[in-house]
Design a protein around this ligand. Sequence first.
Ligand SMILES: [Zn+2]
Length: 269
Amino acid sequence: MTIVNPSPRFIKIWVKGQIFSLSLDFLEKCGNVFSINEKNSLIFPQTICAKLNIENKGYVMPKKVLPSESDFEKFGGDMEKYGFRMIEKPEFFRSFQRLGLSNPRKRSGREIGFTFSANGLTTIAWTTFLDTERCARDEDAGWVLISEGDRVKYFSHPLFRTAGFLNKLLKYAIIAKRRVLHRPLCPACNGFMQIVRGKGLKSRYWKCPKHRQVKDFDNGLTGKMKDFLESERKARRHYRENLKKQGRETTPAILTRRPWIATRPQNRI
Ligand SMILES: [Zn+2]
């Protein structure tokens, strides 16, 4: 058992190839009955595992599997086949300089992203793969977003680098491309409808800025795409319910994500 990522409220530990996160409150209740090995990892006794009931319930967070360079190259080829292109260095640096971007997470390395634009909207898939280093960033998650100019209108859930990560990222990217390509027109004025927030944190729908016309955000997706999204929602619901049963809550990524800060917002388009 090895601690991999201490954070103020939770620590993540590996147990038999699975990652679990435990609250520090819980560990205090158990008594600080662990030792530190020569690799600076904390070792917990078997009694804590028994208390956690790990074998029976499992804290369902699958193991991190980082994509290799060849996995990534195959993914890049697939993305190009679907009409995406890699964001190039000069445009990355132009955005960076134009908006005076500063990253609160102080990360180094340029992450590779793929983009597709149509109908005034742009979708970007961020891969966590570093251009110069030719490997995935150690602590990170993939994202797919849709923006209008510099304003992000939609974020996918964070996509964790577990088995099948790039396959999932590809699916989310293709779905976002479909949303952009099939951006609905207002039935009243034929103008483009816009992506607006619904009541839930992650809920979005299409709305005409001039009329009271609205459309479901999944409008225009294929049946297969809707099925995929439904199975993803179901899995997330299941995951949250499991955590709740164990007396733990999840914080939506949207509340903990620390986005890039634009120090020159006047240059936004
Ligand atoms: Zn309208």
